[in-house]
Design a protein around this ligand. Structure first.
Ligand code: MIC
Ligand code: SF4
Length: 645
């Protein structure tokens, strides 16, 4: 029986467990990446683990999220990360060098290797045949220290691509179509593997758009084969030597199958406030647009920017629209400058932003009140843009540019004939914004530079014998990490200061939550399905930890967030009968008797008592052997320290 590409790479990296779908496996990690919004914490954790030099083949620390330096905090974090990187063997990509996923694809990714990153869009690397997975900062810290990374051995979904995209229909439309069909929970526990004749019609940047936004499916990751097109891309990056051909066996057996005929796709948009709320331009109808933002790790490649420049050339942005463009990397921006396309963007009236995440994470460019903003990004969760009532639509760069000119949501096919857009034979290579680490022999000479906003990891404690605590918050379905721990220009500078950032925990849902949780001392959160979808930010677990949350009881969890809760020593529980969700109310007193003994004994189902209404509720406690030990120890940091003794 043939193997999928996913299974081939995972098996080659298996260091713990058996390759049985649904069971926990530990894999060796070849490469890691961090970004600055999760990086400070990840490196504090790495320091706490106490390994002097990273043990990976390549680890890179990027600065791309917190680049609005409105106060000393972000600059201090950048300096801290730079100094840790220099000392401990990590390459440091300086602010201005670009968005982590874009730069990693261009300069560091290698087909067939494993990569974990403290950012949920790490699967971008699947565009060149990597197994690239988003993880919590602590998992990345452990991997840098040489530890395995643990995942549930995934099911593999085959997405067979046939046909060829028609003019002005984009890779973005492919992933939007997958999201439309599978939903934001459809990928949980699965790797999405793209195969078929249609694959050969997609360039690496197009493939990377698709794997990048596979994160929105809740999938473990997404992957394309490594073929001649991959080779050509790597050659153009002067990295042909790292190329290897990789593909699934002809007779590979998949768990699920989906076929997408590229020739039949039409331009699509994800409507507010979810990436799977996908409709065609026709279905949406006439829509006046206030703002257009082009960029983010999903759509900021040179190819995307060249298409945008072509559409804008010689024209002027509609006077009612603000157009912001952030090219994804220094390489992209530089090449746009070299070939004159940058001038086309500027001439048309685009507001050029630095090569960073920017508006995607609410770092500036928030739309006006109730503003309709078309973005080439990957997430349109409520409030994420920084404007509470902003209405964000996720679209392709082609649709974004066409709409910026008309002021209305515009089908890019109205642009007429499309020229062939080609990647350059050779990219402009200049890695002068990547600072290599010092040699091991010199590491003592590097001083770690800490700013006053950088506070230690919050206090942890081993799992309690019995949890008796009130429900401090009850929330509904599809709560994202942007609800739990909002980002944006105001809050992001507090990422290295958990006590302070925790005061914004759940600000989108209930501003009174932090104070209430603190007053209660210890408490439980109750939620609906797909709780914690979205980002990898472990702050969505660390803030609740700091505020005394002991357990989270929900209908179902998103993968990375559940792992982050376990890593923080917060017990993740799910309802056996989802209808029981309606039985529990905020403020109810909950008791989980003998929870420590139950977890120790490996119990997977136990009874929780709601003392307020006298109801008994059955809950699942789905912890693998290792996760169980982590919970008992009080989190992954304590567990790792103990196991290293
Ligand atoms: C995001 O897109 O939500 C982020 C910001 O990149 C996050 C990481 C973070 O919150 O720092 C992610 O996707 O993991
Ligand atoms: Fe940055 Fe947005 Fe990509 Fe997250 S999704 S890494 S914020 S560009």
């Amino acid at each position: 029986m043939g193997l999928t590409l996913t299974e081939k790479i995972l098996r080659a990296h298996l260091v713990d467990g058996e390759y049985v779908k649904g069971q926990e496996i530990g894999i060796r990690i070849d490469q890691t990446l961090t970004q600055d919004a999760t990086g400070t914490m990840a490196y504090l954790e790495f320091e706490a683990i106490g390994v002097p030099r990273v043990k990976t083949e390549r680890s890179v620390a990027y600065i791309d999220h917190n680049t609005l330096q409105n106060g000393f905090e972000n600059a201090d974090d950048h300096r801290f990360i730079g100094s840790v990187a220099k000392k401990h063997g990590i390459y440091f990509s300086r602010p201005g060098n670009g968005i982590c996923h874009q730069v990693h694809l261009e300069r560091f990714g290698i087909p067939g290797k494993t990569l974990i990153g403290s950012d949920s869009h790490t699967p971008t690397g699947g565009g060149i045949g990597m197994i690239a997975i988003g993880a919590g900062g602590l998992d990345v810290a452990v991997a840098m220290g040489g530890g395995a990374y643990y995942i549930t051995c995934p099911k593999v979904v085959k997405v067979e691509l046939t046909g060829k995209l028609r003019p002005w229909v984009a890779a973005k439309d492919v992933i939007l179509e997958v999201l439309r069909r599978m939903s934001v929970k459809g990928g949980v526990g699965k790797v999405i593997e793209y195969v078929g004749e249609g694959v050969k019609t997609l360039s690496v940047p197009e493939r990377a758009t698709i794997t990048n936004m596979g994160a929105e499916l809740g999938a473990t990751t997404s992957i394309f084969p490594s073929d001649e097109i991959t080779k050509q891309f790597l050659k153009a990056q002067c990295r042909e030597d790292v190329w290897t051909p990789l593909a699934a066996d002809e007779d590979a057996v998949y768990d699920e199958e989906l076929t997408i005929n590229l020739s039949e796709l039409v331009p699509l948009a994800a409507c507010p406030h979810s990436p799977d709320n996908v409709k065609s331009v026709e279905e949406i109808g006439k829509l006046k647009v206030d703002q257009v933002c082009i960029g983010s790790c999903t759509n900021s490649s040179l190819l995307d920017m060249l298409k945008v420049a072509y559409i804008l050339k010689g024209k002027t942005v509609d006077p009612s629209v603000s157009l912001a463009i952030a090219p994804g990397s220094k390489q992209v921006l530089n090449m746009l400058a070299q070939n004159g396309a940058l001038s086309d963007l500027i001439e048309a009236g685009a507001r050029i932003l630095e090569s960073a995440c920017g508006p995607c994470i609410g770092m500036g460019q928030s739309p006006n009140s109730k503003g309709i903003s078309l973005r080439t990004f990957n997430r349109n969760f409520e409030g994420r843009s920084g404007t509470k009532d902003g209405q964000i639509y996720l679209v392709s760069p082609e649709m974004a540019a066409a709409s910026a000119l008309t002021g209305y949501l515009t089908d890019p096919r109205e642009l007429g004939d499309m020229p062939e857009f080609k990647l350059p034979e050779i990219f402009t290579i200049n890695d002068n914004m990547v600072v290599p680490p010092v040699d091991e022999a010199d590491m003592d000479s590097v001083e770690i530079l800490r700013g006053p906003n950088i506070k230690p990891y919050p206090a942890t404690a081993p799992l309690m014998d019995t949890i008796a605590a009130p429900v401090s918050l009850k929330v509904g379905d599809n709560i994202t990490t942007d609800h739990i721990m909002p980002a944006g220009a105001k809050i992001l500078p507090l990422r290295s200061n958990v006590p302070k950032i925790s005061q914004y925990c759940f600000a989108v849902c209930d501003e009174s939550f932090p104070k209430r949780a603190e007053r209660l001392g210890k408490s439980i959160i109750v939620g609906g399905s797909n709780y914690g979808q979205g980002s990898s930010r472990e702050h969505a677990a660390l803030a609740p930890l700091y505020l005394g949350v002991k357990a989270v009881l929900v209908k179902s969890f998103a993968r990375i967030h559940k792992a982050n809760l376990i890593n923080a020593g917060i017990l993740p529980l799910t309802f056996v009968n989802e209808a029981d969700y309606d039985q529990i109310n905020q403020d109810d007193e909950i008791v989980i008797p003998d929870v420590r003994k139950l977890v120790e004994a490996g119990a997977t189902e136990f009874t929780v008592l709601d003392k307020t209404n006298g109801k008994e509720i059955k809950v699942n406690c789905d912890l693998s052997g290792r996760a169980k030990d982590i919970m008992l120890a009080g989190g992954l940091l304590d567990y790792t320290r103990e196991s290293m003794k």
